[in-house]
Write a protein that binds this ligand. Sequence first.
Ligand code: AMP
Ligand code: ZN
Length: 122
Amino acid sequence: MSLECIFCKIVAGEIPSDKVFEDDELYVFKDIHPQAPVHLLIIPKKHISSLADVAEEDYGLLGRMLGKAHFFASEMGLKNGFRTIINTGEVGRQDVFHLHIHLLGGDTPLPPMIYRTKQITD
Ligand code: AMP
Ligand code: ZN
């Protein structure tokens, strides 16, 4: 656990969250500022700062996180599709440095993944 990490504090119950699932390795909760009708965050209980900081021994955990995304996409009725996002580091615009998968979906299509201010031709 990282003492300064907001998601570690959520896992520890020190900050309230809208929890939808927990087991010994994973914690799933609703994003506080939802960007879609369904917006869940899937995190490992173990503090890993980002996808750039994952060790090979964590690959199984990554698989379990993605498996939970699959499970909750079905559980939440996202039968026409959904989006999973992992923002990483400064370039990826990561705000909370505790690894998380965003699971986003609803009845209507989400906006384009990346807004382009000009056409990329090359
Ligand atoms: P990212 O930009 O990928 O690091 O995403 C961080 C996400 O965490 C954002 O979508 C925030 O809305 C969400 N978030 C921040 N604090 C909380 C909180 N206390 N409970 C639930 N979600 C949070
Ligand atoms: Zn943490």
